[in-house]
Design a protein around this ligand. Structure first.
Ligand code: ZN
Ligand code: ZN
Length: 242
């Protein structure tokens, strides 16, 4: 039973606050260099780079869980992951289409870049950091219907967490909850915990990670292990991180 080192909350060059250096190729090289077995791609409110990352990772012997970081209508962030890039793509399109039609202003917020396997690039014009029209509750049902895992993001952080937006964590059957420091585990002891970097820059990948005890090194098996709580969060950088 492999113990997989996983950092599931990584943004690519699609996320405006991100850097143009974090292209799919660069993310995979970096993840491999520092010794991660699994990475999750969680760009804000869209999945346009997920398939490219999935394909590059396959060639390099790393597993990508294609996913998304959604902003609910309450302005709370949550993570969803799927076992195939096709599912992530379909689901991501629904979220993208639900964003208000407001244009990105690259001079203020940076570019939102789609990058293919040959590093051809394209820009996304719609601003990706607005809230989707779907509520936290509704997203829970939608993600479950798509066979995904649902993880409230950085619930112990002061910005864009469901706890900050509502004042409490709604009691729901989360697959796990993402926390950023060990001290938070006690406060949310009724749930399983996961730690991730939430990296918007290459050098932040692997700053926090989790050990996932999956039966096999496949996306399906990793999602199953997450649902079963076979996760140990690590709140310090992965050993090979330079
Ligand atoms: Zn977030
Ligand atoms: Zn994030």
């Amino acid at each position: 039973m492999p113990n997989l080192k996983a950092d599931l909350h990584i943004h690519s060059c699609l996320s405006t606050c991100g850097s143009l250096d974090n292209s799919p190729q660069e993310i995979i090289s970096r993840a491999k260099e520092i010794g991660l077995d699994v990475i999750g791609i969680a760009d804000h409110n869209c999945t346009f780079n997920a398939e490219t990352l999935f394909n590059i990772a396959k060639q390099k012997g790393i597993i990508v869980l294609p996913g998304i970081e959604i902003t609910s209508s309450e302005e709370a962030h949550l993570l969803a992951f799927f076992d195939s890039p096709q599912k992530a793509k379909k689901f991501g399109q629904i979220i993208f289409d639900s964003l208000p039609d407001i244009e990105n202003q690259p001079e203020k917020t940076g570019d939102q870049v789609i990058c293919d396997e040959d590093e051809n690039i394209e820009f996304v014009d719609k601003y990706l950091l607005n809230a989707s029209k779907f509520s936290f509750d509704k997203l829970f049902t939608m993600i479950k219907d798509y066979g995904g895992v649902f993880i409230p993001a950085h619930i112990d952080r002061a910005s864009f967490s469901i706890v900050i937006q509502l004042g409490f964590l709604p009691p729901m059957r989360y697959d796990c909850v993402e926390i950023t420091k060990a001290e938070s585990a006690n406060q949310y002891s009724e749930y399983n915990h996961i730690a991730n970097s939430d990296a918007h820059y290459l050098e932040d990948i692997g700053k926090r990670y989790s050990i996932i005890e999956a039966e096999e090194a496949t996306p399906e098996s990793i999602l199953k292990a997450i649902r079963e709580g076979k996760i140990t969060p690590v709140f310090s950088p992965i050993t090979n991180l330079k």
